[in-house]
Each structure stands twice: as structure tokens, then as C-alpha cells.
Design a protein around this ligand. Structure first.
Ligand SMILES: *Cc1c(COP(=O)(O)O)cnc(C)c1O
Length: 383
């Protein structure tokens, strides 16, 4: 059966060139511990530092500012815990938004339960965080603001650089989850005015279980979360995931080298998809911002359709897609992002997310558009 993968925001296949580099660190002589003082350690240490340089270069950062973690989730946790722990004497107020990834949102909520003051900012119906709302929420007690660069469910791109100007003027640490934007739109830590920034390898054709946190030089930092050895300049203890780090380095290099032309290609496919769906099917709306959205991201809410059945029926036709709903204890819960955008629950239950990637072609889009119409019609006829 023809299989079409339209879930690149969920994860991406590992690029062949990434896998080839990783392989060299899984077999043969490249097995050393980079902390060791002998040939085996030194050579691996050098490869790790080259990978760190590639990640730094892709972000407009310098090598010492990149800390490898076990993924985007850990980098988000590390950013938040590191910033609030280091600045406890200054204050205990954290600001975030209602549409963050759970790696950020649940971490901030957990801090709230521990006695931290937390503000979870609302968003508009495009899923956009307003700069004014951030400004109004800042108090003398605020030590950390964490806002994502682009939303994973609706693709909306946030006014990060402007928020960064605010936090800089007030001396507040600013963390940005750039897992979805990295490799698709420019991500430069100096243009974004952020102090901390999260990326993850498996969203950019790298392996799962590896990510990085950018920590701006001069950001006061205490070791939190992972206590142990002196790895990663005392910012993240534990023997490094060498093949993962090598893979992230290569994936970051490839993601930035071909970004512009690939993003333009994806944008055209995305717009064909959006126009085909909103023009060809009744009672459907695009979710997220119509223009300020990721180039590979198309998301919708359908009337009289249940996401679970829609995904199941698309999968039967060989189409892998996703929805904003999460399966919690056996039942589908509408997405916190769509609800925060003011989407009525009955519509939020009918969400569909299509995220494009390197392997998608025009034929994929045409096949999808030819398939979705009848599927929706059938689901609605038995509503
Ligand atoms: C996928 C994702 C994460 C989590 O990254 P993992 O490497 O899977 O832990 C965090 N934030 C966003 C926006 C994501 O899309």
C-alpha cells in the first residue's frame, strides 16, 4: 500500500547521512568515554566538540553555550529548573503561555504546586501570545519567562524577538522552546533576544533521545536536575550519548544548509493542501495564524467529525496524520491549545494536523486531497 507520512511535527525519519555518521560511533574504535585521558577518550571528545560547534553555528551561538540533553523535554525541564533555582533570591514568579508544549506547561504547573507564583498567559484565537500581555504580567518578582517560538499543534509563530527585548530590559531570564521552528524558519539566539533555547534532534531528521539547551554566556547557572559528574561544564551530569550527539550535530548542519529552499518548497505544498481542504470541504476551518505559521504546517477543525475516527480512516488509506487531541486514560481529550484559542469543544474534538517534510511530494498532496473528501463525507453521514 502507498504510505504517506504527514506527521513530521510528531517525529521525522532519520536522514541517511545522519545515520551514517552515527554508525561510526556505535562500532569500531570510537567507543571511548570523552572524559577519559587517553586516545580513545580524546578522539571521541573531539568529535563531540565538533558536533557542539555545528549546533552552535546553526543557532548563531558559540560552542560553550550548548549543553546536550536527552531531548527537548529534558532541555525544557533543565531550562526552567535551572533558571528558577539560580534566581531564587531574586524572586519566584514564572510566566508562560497556555499553548506551550506539555514539557514546559507541566513543568511550570509543578513549580506552582511547590509554591512558586505562576502566570499562564491566554492567547488570541490564532494561538498568538501578545507582547502587551507579557509586559503586563511582569512583576518585580519575575525571574523567568518561557514562551515557545512556534506552536506544535497549530503552527503559529510567536513575537519572540519583541518579548526578548522586554525581558532583557528587565533583567529577566527568557527561555524559548524552538523545537518546532528550528530547521524551518531562522532561529538565531541573538535575533530572538533569548537567554535559553531548546531544540530536539528527532524533529529535524536526527535520532530520538537527544536534544540541546542553549545557555547564553553570562547567564548565572546552578547545576539542577542531574547531579553527578562534571560533564557539560557542570550543567548536565552523566556520560554523554555520543552517537546521539554526533547525529544531532549532523542533523543541525543539514537543517540549516538546505533550510530556505526546502521551506519554500514545503510552503507551496502546504498552501495547496490548505486551499484544497478549505475550498473542497464544507464546514472546516484552518486553525492557527493564516500567515504567521510554520511553512510545513496545516491544521484544521472539522464540524461533525471525531478526530479519532478520522485518523483511523486515513490510516486505513495509508495516510499518517495526527490531531490536537491527546489520548488520556482511554478517552480522547480535546487539545489544551485549541481550547485556549477559544475553540468550542465540539470543534476541538474534530481537529486534524498535517505536517509536511522532506519526503513529501506534490503527488502525496494530490493523493491526500482525493482521499480526505470521501472520508469526511462518510464520517459525517454516520454522525
Ligand atoms: C517534540 C517537542 C518537545 C519534546 O521534545 P522530545 O525530544 O520529544 O522530548 C518539546 N517541545 C515541542 C514544541 C515539541 O514539539
Amino acid at each position: 500500500m502507498r504510505r504517506i507520512y504527514l506527521d513530521h511535527s510528531g517525529t521525522t525519519p532519520v536522514d541517511r547521512r545522519v545515520a551514517d555518521e552515527m554508525y561510526r560511533f556505535l562500532i569500531g574504535d570510537n567507543f571511548g568515554n570523552p572524559s577519559s585521558h587517553h586516545y580513545f577518550g580524546y578522539s571521541v571528545k573531539q568529535a563531540v566538540e565538533e558536533a557542539r560547534e555545528k549546533v552552535a553555528h546553526a543557532l548563531g551561538a558559540s560552542r560553550e553555550e550548548v549543553v546536550f540533553t536527552s531531548g527537548g523535554t529534558e532541555a525544557d525541564n533543565l531550562a526552567i529548573h535551572g533558571a528558577v533555582t539560580t534566581n531564587l533570591k531574586k524572586g519566584n514568579h514564572v510566566i508562560t503561555s497556555a499553548i506551550e508544549h506539555h514539557a514546559v506547561l507541566n513543568t511550570v504547573k509543578a513549580l506552582g504546586k511547590q509554591g512558586f507564583e505562576t502566570t499562564i498567559l491566554p492567547v488570541d484565537h490564532y494561538g498568538m501570545v501578545s507582547v502587551e500581555a507579557v509586559r503586563d504580567a511582569i512583576t518585580d518578582n519575575t525571574t523567568l519567562i518561557t514562551i515557545m517560538h512556534a506552536n506544535n499543534e497549530v503552527g503559529t509563530i510567536m513575537p519572540i524577538a519583541e518579548i526578548g527585548r522586554l525581558t532583557r530590559a528587565r533583567g529577566i531570564v527568557f527561555h524559548v522552546d524552538a523545537v518546532q521552528s528550528f530547521g524551518k524558519i531562522p532561529v538565531d539566539v541573538n535575533e530572538l533576544n533569548c537567554d535559553l533555547l531548546t531544540i530536539s534532534a528527532h524533529k529535524i531528521y536526527g535520532p530520538k533521545g537527544i536534544g540541546a539547551l542553549y545557555i547564553r554566556k553570562g547567564t548565572r547557572w546552578k547545576q539542577t536536575l542531574m547531579h553527578g559528574g562534571a560533564q557539560e561544564q557542570l550543567r548536565r551530569a552523566g556520560t554523554e550519548n555520543i552517537p546521539g550527539i554526533i547525529g544531532l550535530g549532523k542533523a543541525a548542519e543539514l537543517a540549516t544548509a538546505g533550510r530556505e529552499s526546502e521551506s519554500n518548497r514545503l510552503k507551496m505544498l502546504r498552501d495547496r493542501l490548505i486551499n484544497g481542504i478549505t475550498g473542497g470541504i464544507g464546514e472546516v476551518q484552518l486553525t492557527g495564524h493564516p500567515e504567521l505559521r510554520l511553512p510545513n504546517h496545516a491544521s484544521f477543525c472539522f464540524e461533525q467529525v471525531e478526530a479519532e475516527s478520522l485518523l483511523y480512516n486515513l490510516d486505513l488509506k495509508g495516510i499518517a496524520a495526527s490531531s490536537g487531541s491527546a489520548c488520556t486514560s482511554g478517552s480522547m481529550e480535546p487539545s489544551h491549545v485549541l481550547l485556549a484559542m477559544g475553540m468550542p469543544p465540539h470543534l476541538a474534538y474534530g481537529s486534524l494536523r498535517l505536517t509536511l517534510g522532506r519526503d513529501n511530494t506534490e503527488e502525496d498532496i494530490e493523493y491526500f486531497l482525493a482521499t480526505i473528501g470521501p472520508v469526511i463525507e462518510e464520517l459525517r453521514s454516520s454522525w
